[in-house]
Design a protein around this ligand. Structure first.
Ligand SMILES: NC(=O)c1ccc[n+]([C@@H]2O[C@H](COP(=O)([O-])OP(=O)(O)OC[C@H]3O[C@@H](n4cnc5c(N)ncnc54)[C@H](OP(=O)(O)O)[C@@H]3O)[C@@H](O)[C@H]2O)c1
Length: 263
């Protein structure tokens, strides 16, 4: 299927690896110009080179900005490039696992800043321009924890629920009639560095070794495997497509069937 977005320009945050990279690569494969962001310059540079190879010599452009997207200065560095983004994928890594008894105000502010306020700032900075131009796609990478909370990820459960509530409202404002969709894409368990970190936390908490926890988690997923970033990216690219223009304000779960609810 031709997704009809070749020539569009996307901002993909948290994209030097993992799910953000998967989204960037899927968009590049559709002929979308991308600006990718992450803090670590070396990994970002390598990711950009990989994307340039995917794009090919006459393909879309790939730019990268080494910045912390959760800071005003980081976002300013991205917007200083002067692009009118047609597509924005928000993502900023997830908060650390732990016990809520140990989280102080600072830990909560950091999580809310990264996983709620940063996507809101990015939406604020881009949505009106998209609406004016009559096309826009915003995809927020959130988490299955929004639907099915994970005990050790309380910071994520809380902060992302705030974003989910905000998106439910803003997606249904006047921008919906101006070609702009805003959706959340909810990963279950995808094989990335982040998942390894979360599992290490779970192993430590339960006193089991890492491999035991890793395999047990797989067995609990109806698909009996973890997802991979490329399949996550393909769903993201579809949400950014022309064909997905009538889908907005949705929470799209990609979890191999792990969420047990009917709805
Ligand atoms: N993988 C899963 O199974 C899973 C499940 C549920 C939810 N999630 C959520 O999905 C998101 C992506 O996860 P992932 O598994 O792809 O993580 P990952 O493999 O750790 O990759 C995170 C990416 O985001 C970048 N990043 C982190 N903080 C950033 C910041 N402040 N500014 C700019 N870039 C930043 C990282 O690069 P730098 O560190 O160099 O900045 C890296 O490129 C996270 O929010 C995670 O919590 C993942």
């Amino acid at each position: 299927m031709d997704l009809g977005i070749a020539g569009r320009t996307a901002l993909v945050c948290g994209a030097s690896k993992g799910l953000g990279y998967g989204c960037a690569e899927a968009l590049v494969r559709e002929g979308v110009n991308v600006v990718i962001v992450a803090r670590g310059a070396e990994a970002l540079d390598a990711a950009a080179k990989q994307l340039v190879a995917v794009a090919g010599p006459s393909g879309p452009f790939v730019k990268h900005v080494a910045a912390d997207i959760t800071t005003e200065a980081g976002r300013a560095a991205v917007f200083a490039l002067g692009h009118d983004f047609d597509i924005v994928v928000t993502n900023a890594g997830g908060p650390p696992p732990g016990d809520f008894r140990n989280w102080d105000r600072e830990a909560w502010i950091k999580a809310v800043d990264a996983n709620m306020l940063t996507p809101i700032e990015l939406i604020k900075a881009t949505v009106d321009g998209m609406a004016k131009r009559g096309f826009g796609r915003i995809v927020n990478i959130t988490s299955s924890s929004v639907k099915s909370p994970i005990d050790i990820l309380g910071l994520s459960n809380g902060a992302r629920s705030g974003l989910t509530g905000f998106v439910a409202g803003v997606a249904r404002t006047s921008v919906a009639a101006q070609g702009v969709t805003i959706n959340n894409l909810l990963p279950g368990s995808f094989e990335t560095d982040r998942l390894k970190g979360t599992m290490a936390g779970a192993a430590q908490k339960s006193g089991q070794d890492f491999d035991t926890v890793w395999e047990a988690r797989k067995k609990n997923i109806p698909a009996k495997r973890f997802g991979n970033p490329a399949e996550f990216g393909a769903i993201c690219a579809f949400l950014c497509s022309m064909q997905a223009g009538y889908m907005t304000g949705q929470n799209v779960l990609a979890d191999g069937g792990a969420y047990p609810g009917t709805y």
